[in-house]
Design a protein around this ligand. Sequence first.
Ligand SMILES: *[C@@H]1O[C@H](CO)[C@@H](O)[C@H](O)[C@H]1NC(C)=O
Length: 199
Amino acid sequence: MNVFIVGLFLILLAKSCHGQCRHWLTPELHYFDDNKETSAGTYGSGTFSIVGLPAHQSSTYPGLLAGNAVDGSSSSMIGSCSHTFIDDPAPWWRVDLGVDHCIGKVRVLNRGVCCSDRLTGAVVRAGNSTTVTDNPTCGSPVTADQAQPLGGTIDFDCRPQLRARYISVDIPHRATLQLCEVTAEEVPLDCCLGKSNGA
Ligand SMILES: *[C@@H]1O[C@H](CO)[C@@H](O)[C@H](O)[C@H]1NC(C)=O
């Protein structure tokens, strides 16, 4: 009797998890559009907060710390942005999530008022190495068109999703890296790359 009930429960659990993972993995990456639905409590939101997590960058323009890119402020005014030295030989920025997350998407807020074009060529990555260029990329490098709008928002879709401890942005040549906010969306670890318990 008890065995039967436990068995039934496990079957239902496996089925519901399978359904969830399929939901998270629709080819068009619907899970982002579904945030409103998910934040209503069905699966838990796709967004997760990286505000205040430890951040580092290759060099720091006086006062414009790496942490400014995860300060929780959606301001694109320079005082709220991270900023490497001008013409850093190979600038990078990195945030440490502390534990693995299955990263589905990263969003970057570019600098307003001035100099947004400096982000052209920037690459987003997610992985386990603190040497950011060892990690696989999410989406494509920033194009000149994407970098043009002052205070613009640029999205990077990780296809496939990346199970990773670090998220980073780098520009693979001499440049100046400024990030006014970096945010991320995740898929539940159980559903990463379509994996799910019992399905
Ligand atoms: C990071 O490490 C986890 C295991 O802890 C592994 O599953 C994952 O694939 C690694 N991520 C990358 C991008 O190599």
